[in-house]
Design a protein. Structure first.
Ligand SMILES: [Fe+2]
Ligand SMILES: [Fe+2]
Length: 144
């Protein structure tokens, strides 16, 4: 008897919800990319693949820099009033991930579920509290 093919579908650890779309295409795509990279890190938990982990973490940092820069450029160009508080949230999160990467490189830190859970919480909260408002504002300015 042939065995059934192994299903590749699994519940994602983190996903961009439909309700989290900000309706500015480039921002939604970047948010999806962020969720995908966190999900890839989740898949690596407990596998002891330090090189792949470092590679994806570096990719995550690069994507975050690009993404935050995208939002901050939109905010500057439109003289968005909440620019500074929104940027501060970005800076704080980026520093946290960079500190973690440095710990990983120095061998003082290891990829762990707690970190990924905090990324997930930050992602959903930041979109809900900051990016959705920015998105509404940009759509009003005809930026989509
Ligand atoms: Fe943001
Ligand atoms: Fe964002």
């Amino acid at each position: 008897m042939e065995s059934l093919p192994r299903t590749k579908s699994r519940k994602k650890f983190i996903e961009l919800e439909k309700s989290e779309y900000v309706n500015v295409q480039i921002i939604d795509e970047q948010h999806k990319k962020f969720a995908e990279l966190i999900d890839e890190l989740y898949e690596l938990l407990g596998l002891n693949k330090p090189e792949t982990t470092k590679y994806i973490l570096n990719q995550l940092i690069t994507e975050l820099q690009i993404h935050f820069n995208t939002e901050e450029t939109f905010m500057k160009e439109t003289k968005y009033v909440n620019f500074f508080s929104h940027k501060m949230e970005h800076d704080r999160f980026l520093k946290k991930i960079e500190d973690f990467r440095n710990g990983l490189l120095q061998g003082t830190d290891k990829l762990n579920l707690e970190l990924l859970k905090s990324c997930k919480t930050w992602f959903h909260n930041h979109i809900k509290l900051n990016d959705k408002k920015l998105g509404d504002f940009l759509v009003e300015q005809n930026i989509q």
